[in-house]
Design a protein around this ligand. Sequence first.
Ligand SMILES: *Cc1c(COP(=O)(O)O)cnc(C)c1O
Length: 394
Amino acid sequence: MKFNENYLKLKESYLFSDIARRVNAFAAAHPDKKVLRMGIGDVTLPLAPAVVEAMQKAVAEMGDKATFRGYGPEQGYDFLREAVRADYARRGVTLAADEIFVSDGAKSDVGNILDLFDVSNAVLIPDPVYPVYVDTNVMAGRRVLFADATRENGFLPMPDEKVEADIIYLCSPNNPTGAAYSVEQLRRWVEYANARGAVILYDAAYERFVAEQGLARSIFEVEGAKTCAIEFCSLSKTAGFTGTRCGYTVVPHALKRGGISCNKLWLRRQTTKFNGVAYIVQRGAEAVFTPAGQAQIEANLAVYRRNAQRLSACLDDLGIFYTGGKNSPYIWMQCPGGMDSWKFFDYLLEEANVVGTPGSGFGKNGEGFFRLTAFASEEATEEAAGRIRKLLGR
Ligand SMILES: *Cc1c(COP(=O)(O)O)cnc(C)c1O
């Protein structure tokens, strides 16, 4: 017996444990200081009442012989696929219900989709980005190329004709930089992928945060994307489902290579290795797309948007370069005074008792940058912005 030794090639991730260790040491040495955590990558507001009500009703159905349900369709119940299809239609994107696959979240699908692709494919991944893309490809033993996201390109790398990529990851709005592609910019990626016969894996986990005109919420807003893109969506950040678990992935029928349908392969993969999302959770997810559910999740998103605005306004006043904030719960700021990411982490913790995330933890181009998040309470965010203003404004 031999293990998959690709796992030994994974870099240990010490980022969040290092942060916790430094914060705990600081708190132990200064029990009188109130530490504000602006580094959280998880939502903090509860599920919408419409979602809770729908799930309670579903629980009751499951407890009644007349309405009990056992195994469901692996790719999701029709009621939810139809609700997602109608949501896309309202935004001008026409999909068939069987192009939508309900999942237990974007992270699982982003990793699992790799089952469909040969190990010889070259993968292009932006740097810095959500670490799951790199790690899942390293586990499979696939070659990874990086697309540099830097201050110069506004943290939005564009296709380079000289780079021969087969699988391309795009995350927009991006975690950690908050930068979001316009429809026009995505058009260039779609042209590049179609010309090469490559596939784009488009992570739209933060699509609901897009506020500005001209920016894309879906890659399918670009004509031609259906022949080259798969889109991953999640209710985690948009509707507070991080602990409830539901997302959906769009695999268009038009995505084919060598006459093979990607949609058919994914259906085969999911029906073989996945048992679907709990009926109760899918009923909760369906409620997100009702008028009441939409209004309720928008009220929560408005809180996060106001928090992002508070942090952005503070950096604007200080004249510090940053991306994100407007179309994302993340603010990606340049560390002041040429500090590196960890130096600034310690400085902010010790002098302002505010915790963020060092950018270097998301890739080499993250060095010298720092991520703040809008997921804390309004009170804590207001106070943190005030402390940052005071510390860096002097
Ligand atoms: C949080 C996050 C996800 C995870 O979504 P789940 O649906 O909770 O698995 C996916 N992609 C990015 C970029 C994220 O930040």
